[in-house]
Design a protein around this ligand. Sequence first.
Ligand code: KMH
Ligand code: ZN
Length: 273
Amino acid sequence: MEKLIITACICGAEVTKEHNPAVPYTVEEIAREAQSAYKAGASIIHLHVRFDDGTPTQSKERFFECMEAIKKLCPDVIIQPSTGGAVGMSNDERLQPIELMPEMATLDCGTCNFGGDDIFVNTENMIIDFANKMNARGIKPEIEVFDKGMIDMALRLNKKGYIKSPMHFDFVMGVNGGISGTPRDLLFMANSIPHDATWTVAGVGRCEFPMAVMGILMGGHVRVGFEDNVYLEKGVLARSNGELVEKVVRLAKELGRGIASPAEARKILGINN
Ligand code: KMH
Ligand code: ZN
């Protein structure tokens, strides 16, 4: 089986230090968390950034500072900025980090409820616009899908040429408003994408590690990190993103799956840098 790509979503936009004091806000904290994940075996850092007080931002300047700080500590890691940002941000706000020409960025392929009154908006025209802008810059999209219908949207846009093959999906499962994080639903998602596509699974909350195990066994890839879950096990907060990545590495080892380096991850994903 292909080696396992581990993505670390170190920060997110919604999780706070009240959930886990190790959630990073400052540039130094973000770089520290990226390094802990990288050292443990992550080859991709899925990146959101914050101002020092924890407010989520898509500021190009703040992304630049964080990306430079990460590159200093993790020179070859793949940095994948979010274009999802936080609920309620405008399209222009969300798109700022692509001006920094990252190798990858997320492309969210549908609108969904996000708990309470929150709606994470991604209309068809927005997705096309985001995809066109990423294509123009040679950025590989990680197609984030929170439900099966979003896969179908991505497949339609692939047929029309807006999203290029081979596609790389991130199945985000267990969001309050999206598909549940169960083995049945992961099989459904993985069986719904083209044969030449790759996928990673991000289980939210308590389904993070069960989905990670499924991803390892099924030949997919895995995302873990504070954006999705702050616990190492029931009732035990993770002290760093690195601890969450270490756990995936242990599980993969037990199950006989090697871990991809950043160079190997680039090869698997067809990223030429
Ligand atoms: N923070 C969520 C509203 C992405 O990174 O592309 C959106 C999100 C998706 O996290
Ligand atoms: Zn994200």
